[in-house]
Design a protein around this ligand. Sequence first.
Ligand SMILES: C[S@@+](CC[C@H](N)C(=O)[O-])C[C@H]1O[C@@H](n2cnc3c(N)ncnc32)[C@H](O)[C@@H]1O
Length: 278
Amino acid sequence: MGDTPDTGTQREFAFEWADFERLRALSQAHTGIVVPDAKFEMFYARLAKRLRALGLSSFREYADYLDSHKETEFSKFINALTTNLTSFFREPHHFAYLRDEIVPAARAAGQSRLRVWSAGCSTGEEPWSIAITLAEANMPFELLATDIDSDVLDTARQGIYPLERLDGVDERIRKRWFLRGKGRQAGKARVRAALRERVMFQQLNLVRPFRHTEPFDVIFCRNVVIYFDKPTKMALIQRFAESLQPEGYLVMGHSESLHGLSNQFRPVARTLYQKQEH
Ligand SMILES: C[S@@+](CC[C@H](N)C(=O)[O-])C[C@H]1O[C@@H](n2cnc3c(N)ncnc32)[C@H](O)[C@@H]1O
């Protein structure tokens, strides 16, 4: 613990290194997210609101409370710790590739629809961007969007966003696929019902076994595995390969790569991979 943070700093809630160890072990065992020592302050900041809400005065009390109230508190603990940063059409080259390469190839192969999974969908901007891209291309689709965090899934499902979230989105797309709020909903926009009906949201923990009824053509799992350790990443990539069609695609985040993790895929575009048969 060379760079151990000063746990004696005057704080609203007492937070000892042992509390950090105890709580991060619990969160890592459940989510796969590795919390390095350097995240001590971030951990405090994210969980402080839970202590405030529960009227507790120390993290030790909180860890004890969590132990004895798993049913009600555990999901709130996990929701407080996840990193949910996302945006509409984030990493736009992936949506261009979907429109310009994947959809035409599927059509040429006589496919009547695309099955897509947004794994780690956060507040929904990613699956809505996928849905808009496919709807604009007149490609029928089935789209599953999942996350471990039940709060972000509620937001995703509702599809209501402050207008600023749509700042970078093309005006024509905004008009076609979003409804501007009026009265009490002023300053917000909602994904139109025609699109909302076409996406299925589900809570799913990627580090637990999962099974889907049919394989997918494309899996988006962007900016999620970055927080996992190597064995967890390798096991997940293997399960993604098993969940994909023979020439299915896996889309990763800008700082992620399959290098050294799997030889079942070949890179076809920036952080975008296609499954290959051996
Ligand atoms: C940074 S966001 C990425 C959102 C979106 N994919 C993007 O790239 O904009 C990471 C998401 O992964 C989710 N996540 C983290 N660990 C997970 C796990 N074990 N199972 C499912 N989702 C997880 C988090 O809750 C969070 O919403």
